[in-house]
Design a protein around this ligand. Structure first.
Ligand code: IMP
Length: 425
């Protein structure tokens, strides 16, 4: 039995939801370890699309237990909406969902601060999802955030919320010209939330470590991707958590020696939403073409995603900082109609060649991708079920991705459905 981590190898939206769903079939437990409702994990079952923001996508298999780890930030409103949505879809949660007592909460003041801060930045904004993610993690590292365990003592909860709002209301009123938020409204929301989740709260680290000792199969589900990691991404155009493998340990309470497989999910090309560098970005017309072919619109905000060629510098960054043990290539079919496909192998900036992703934002923004060309395969791959039946040019393209990254490709996804997945021998 093993612990596998599913990690986005680019800027998020790599199709992790589908792969987690697929691998959950054999998992006893699926745990989320960072991020919050900024994530939108899409699963398509029998043609029906389900998008989950807070609850691990493993919940769609009746035998799987799900955990929201301490590294996640939970928005009670989104969480309760998602529980109701799943119930409507006939998914029974019962006692299959556990929530870490150490996870932090996203409350309405975080969303106000997120939106107000973005608006105040004008053209320098990050392009966040507006879900309050940054402000909630700022409270956490500022050491005054509200945690799930705080919900269980009403007196303590009331005092804590009053103290937190004394800080935030000053900022909302005097810097952002917003209305102050009433403590009692937040207390009421928190108490209602506490009532609904009381039986699900646990020490998730104890639970997960015991599960490993008992020989359970565990999947750790990352949100966003390596290039949005606050340490290894395109800072400051990143999210406020660590989607990378180290974050999986921190966000669950598992030691590094507990992780067996670190699986990187990458698209056969590249996308990102929001602002910031994207060295292999297409021109506007070709970007729109691929966006339409790939349905590249954000699952959480509906924003159009920016598109570009596969960038081996980006994926090699993910291979290195995560210690990826295998790759899953998704959305290969989106390239089916292209006559020529390019791969970025390095960057050029001011006469210098960069093989490793540079830290300096100026270099990231000015980097010119060095591209190699590959012939397309001009055949639909969406109904192909085995590696042997893939066109010769498709196999050459995939073999080249594996060669450039030095990591074996385990699965290739050629469509959104569970059965549109090819196992690579
Ligand atoms: P935040 O996480 O809402 O603070 O947004 C910070 C950056 O991360 C923005 O560029 C977002 O577009 C991006 N981002 C956050 N979550 C996701 C995701 O799940 N997929 C892709 N991009 C994301």
């Amino acid at each position: 039995m093993a612990v596998s981590v599913i990690i986005g190898g680019q800027w998020g939206d790599e199709g992790k939801g589908k792969i987690v769903d697929l691998l959950s079939q054999k998992a006893d437990i699926v745990a989320r370890y960072q991020g919050g409702p900024n994530a939108g994990h899409t699963v398509v079952i029998n043609g029906k699309e389900i998008i989950l923001h807070q609850i691990p996508s493993g919940i769609l298999w009746p035998h799987t237990n799900c955990v929201i780890g301490n590294g996640v930030v939970i928005d009670p409103r989104v969480f309760l909406e998602e529980v109701a949505f799943l119930k409507d879809q006939g998914v029974e949660i019962d006692d299959r969902l556990l929530i870490s007592d150490r996870a932090h909460l996203i409350l309405p003041y975080h969303r106000c601060l997120d939106t107000a801060s973005e608006e105040s930045q004008g053209s320098k904004k990050i392009g966040t999802t507006g879900r309050g993610i940054g402000p909630a993690y700022m409270d956490k590292v500022g050491r005054f955030g509200l945690r799930v365990c705080d919900l269980l003592d009403e007196q303590h909860l009331r005092t804590k919320i009053t103290d937190i709002l004394a800080r935030h209301n000053k900022v909302l009123e005097s810097i952002y010209n917003c209305h102050p938020i009433q403590a009692e409204d937040i207390v009421e929301q928190c108490l209602a939330f506490a009532q609904s989740i009381r039986d699900h709260i646990t020490d998730a680290s104890v639970y997960l470590n015991q599960a490993i000792n008992d020989g359970k199969e565990i999947l750790l589900e990352g949100a966003q991707g390596t290039m949005l990691d606050v340490d290894f991404g395109t800072y400051p155009f990143v999210t406020s958590s660590n989607p990378t493998a180290g974050g999986a340990c921190i966000g669950t309470g598992l030691g590094p020696n507990r992780l067996d497989h670190i699986i990187g999910i990458v698209k056969a090309y590249t996308t990102r939403v929001g602002m910031g560098p994207l060295p292999t970005e297409f021109d506007a017309k070709f970007s729109e073409h691929i966006r339409q072919l790939g349905g590249e619109f954000g699952a959480t905000t509906g924003r159009p995603r920016r598109c570009g060629w596969f960038d081996a510098v980006v994926v090699n960054n993910a291979v290195r900082v995560n210690g990826l043990t295998s790759l899953v290539i998704t959305k290969l079919d989106v390239l089916d109609t292209l006559e020529e496909i390019k791969i970025c192998t390095a960057y050029e900036y001011n006469g210098m060649v960069f093989e490793h992703y540079p830290a300096d934002l100026k270099v990231q923004l000015g980097a010119r991708p060095i591209l190699e060309k590959h012939p397309g395969w001009l055949t639909s791959t969406t109904d192909i079920k085995s590696w042997e039946n893939l066109p010769h040019n498709t196999k050459s393209y995939l073999n080249r991705l594996s060669e450039l990254t030095g990591v074996k490709i385990g699965l290739v996804s050629v469509g959104p459905d569970r059965n549109q997945t090819i196992v690579v021998p």
